[in-house]
Design a protein around this ligand. Structure first.
Ligand code: FES
Length: 81
């Protein structure tokens, strides 16, 4: 696999954090290690989309209601391209 890199922004506002973005972080980091993918993770402040959260942004694309259960599927979509 060539140098794959994902840029991920996670909302770290209190609502998204409480809904699960806190635990997503370690899952995303493990995914990067397991698949040898460089992942840049930055946190963002609340973007006033709390009701759709937890919100993350991968290479500029927005994902809402991201959970431990669906985050790997979302990440895999990005590395298959
Ligand atoms: S806390 Fe994430 S959009 Fe508000």
């Amino acid at each position: 696999m060539d140098n794959m890199k994902l840029e991920i922004k996670m909302c770290m506002g209190s609502s998204c954090f409480a809904r699960g973005n806190g635990s997503l972080l370690s899952i995303i980091e493990k995914f990067g290690n397991d698949n040898n993918i460089e992942i840049d993770i930055v946190g963002s402040l609340c973007e006033n989309k709390c009701e759709h959260g937890p919100n993350i942004y991968i290479n500029g694309k927005t994902y809402n209601a991201v959970t431990d259960a669906n985050v790997l599927e979302i990440l895999n979509q990005h590395i298959k391209k």
